[in-house]
Design a protein around this ligand. Structure first.
Ligand SMILES: Cc1cc2nc3c(=O)[nH]c(=O)nc-3n(C[C@H](O)[C@H](O)[C@H](O)COP(=O)(O)O)c2cc1C
Length: 381
């Protein structure tokens, strides 16, 4: 471990606790929460942790490597930063912090359509390696322009989201005035006053806005009008007719994110996607759904040879990743873990979180006596 490693936060759980103390409650609850009764979000992690791995000690062990290749690109670890909307609300400048850290650690960073940094800046910070996640725009002209910008920025992978047919039902966000259109309540103002560090940083960086969407957003909208505009501009519902022009136009790799069924996997294969991210949006959409590890296991077993199968939702540590990789995920992504890091530690948070995750993953491979992530399945019990 490097000398500069901050031993106050040796795990993502520690970062989460620090984030809780450091940012206003409405921002923390927006990041941390699931939906409805929070059943799905709890299952995501607990069912991953039900998986047990066995060590195999007596062998000629040549050392373990966590490096891997995905879509022809070598990465230093089998994890990346999942797209998260409104990142600047949780910690100012957090998309920049995470993009820079991803570049330093040589892991992929996915930029959300609705976050507070634009495609061009993400590309600049990652030397053209950032992936872009597209919410399906209702208007073809907006969609085509965003695709042209992503291509011009050199983005190698486009991630199309399918698991937000409508916004999730998130009781805490309603109470905190964070549903669309958002409103500033007296309670929120008091929470901000209680977190002066966050408030000062936010003042320094300015009110977060949807940077990638700036060219399509009329000037001077109030919050209510902005909510209506977003609703009209983006329809999360996807069908073959909406997907085909995207596949035809996008020359890079195309990934479908939010897959939770064999049915959608088969559609993804048929419609020419290069990969899928098995995901339930971190438990933020369908509380009655399965945890991600359940469909991941079935889908990887059946379709791994036909399409690249990746996964997110519920992982917070090296052992969590190792278990998911052992069950057949080729690559993993995390959303909240990195945002807890940025919210807890500001500028140093991305680097620190990635260091923890790399060290933990390396450590579990060493413990198992497993030489690379592709052999993890041999350690499944
Ligand atoms: C606060 C928050 C905002 C999110 N916004 C987006 C988004 O804009 N686009 C998207 O594709 N996924 C979004 N997601 C889902 C993440 O990409 C990812 O699927 C999820 O966070 C994985 O679960 P984990 O947080 O347990 O790692 C969001 C997740 C969180 C927690």
């Amino acid at each position: 471990m490097a000398q500069s490693f901050d031993t106050r936060y040796p795990s993502v759980d520690d970062l989460r606790e620090k984030a809780r103390k450091r940012i206003p409650r409405f921002a923390f609850e927006y990041l941390d929460g699931g939906c409805n009764e929070d059943v799905n979000i709890r299952r995501n992690t607990s069912e991953i942790r039900d998986i047990q791995l066995k060590p195999i000690y007596i062998k000629d062990f040549k050392g373990a490597s966590i490096k891997t290749t995905l879509f022809g690109q070598e990465y230093d670890a089998p994890f990346g930063v999942a797209p998260v909307g409104l990142q600047g609300l949780m910690w100012p400048n957090s998309p920049e912090i995470l993009a820079k850290a991803a570049n330093k650690h040589n892991v992929p960073f996915i930029l959300s359509t609705v976050t507070t940094m634009d495609i061009e800046r993400a590309s600049e910070l990652t030397e053209g390696k950032a992936w872009f996640q597209l919410y399906n725009p209702a208007e073809d002209a907006v969609r085509n322009d965003i695709l042209d910008r992503a291509a011009a920025a050199g983005c190698p992978v486009l991630v199309l989201l399918c698991d937000v047919p409508t916004f999730g039902y998130r009781p805490r966000d309603f109470k905190n005035g964070l549903a669309l259109p958002p409103k500033m309540t007296m309670a929120n103002i008091l929470q901000i006053l209680g977190k002066p560090n966050w408030a000062l940083q936010t003042l320094r960086h300015g009110i977060p806005t949807f940077e990638t969407l700036r060219p399509y957003t009329p000037e001077g909208l109030n919050l209510k009008q902005l909510g209506k505009f977003m609703d009209k501009t983006f329809s999360g519902r996807l069908n073959e007719e909406r997907i085909k022009p995207i596949r035809d136009k996008w020359k890079g790799k195309l990934v479908l994110k939010g897959v939770a069924s064999e049915e959608d996997t088969e559609q993804a294969i048929r419609l020419g996607f290069d990969g899928i991210i098995v995901s339930n949006h971190g438990g933020r959409q369908l509380d009655a759904g399965e945890s991600t590890i359940a469909p991941l296991t079935r889908i990887a077993a059946k379709y791994k040879d036909q399409i690249t199968v990746m996964m997110d939702s519920g992982m917070r540590s090296g052992p969590d990743m190792a278990r998911s990789l052992a069950r057949g995920a080729e690559f993993t992504f995390m959303g909240r873990s990195f945002m807890y890091g940025a919210a807890a530690m500001g500028k140093k948070g991305g680097d620190h979180t990635m260091t923890i995750l790399k060290v933990q993953l390396q450590q579990i491979l060493d413990q198992l006596c497993c030489e690379n992530i592709h052999d993890l399945h041999k350690h499944l019990i």
